[in-house]
Design a protein around this ligand. Structure first.
Ligand code: RB5
Length: 147
């Protein structure tokens, strides 16, 4: 898959782990930054940049990581067309794809450890949108952007 990943300083360490893992599996991963975990940066910059690229169709999915995953998921979801899901376990990640057709996975680098995070990523990327009644709900969700 063609993926884009981004984080602030709070998510930097986990971003590096996830990026390396996905690359070793053969995925193409663009790193939006941040590239230095010792420098404090602002999560909206990275959440928005990843979301814009995903919504533009440049990548299959995006992954965003900050300390909790909250700020960067909020930022990503401000971009029209983004459906960023903050997940703390693999079940949430699978459901985010199957029910919500999420196009961005958000995680907290200070919340989940690397092993759990990789299981979350795997569940997300292996999940498939179930369609059916969920299509109606996702359509209603996206229609909220115009109001
Ligand atoms: C940065 O200290 C922290 O606020 C950020 O990574 C994130 O957790 C915000 O939601």
């Amino acid at each position: 898959m063609k993926l884009i990943i981004g984080s602030d300083h709070g998510g930097f360490a986990l971003k590096e782990v996830v990026k390396q893992h996905l690359t070793s599996l053969g995925h193409e991963v663009f790193d939006q930054g941040t590239h230095d975990g010792t420098v404090s940066v602002d999560y909206p910059d990275y959440g928005a940049a990843v979301a814009r690229a995903v919504v533009a169709g440049e990548y299959d999915f995006g992954i965003v990581i900050c300390g909790t995953g909250i700020g960067i998921s909020l930022a990503a979801n401000k971009i029209h067309g983004a459906r960023a899901a903050l997940c703390t376990d693999p079940y949430m990640a699978r459901m985010a794809r199957e029910h919500n057709d999420a196009n961005i996975l958000a995680m907290g680098g200070r919340v989940v450890g690397p092993g759990l995070a990789l299981s979350i990523v795997e569940a997300f990327l292996n999940g498939e949108f179930a369609g059916g009644r969920h299509t109606r709900r996702v359509n209603k969700l996206m229609a909220l952007e115009t109001f």
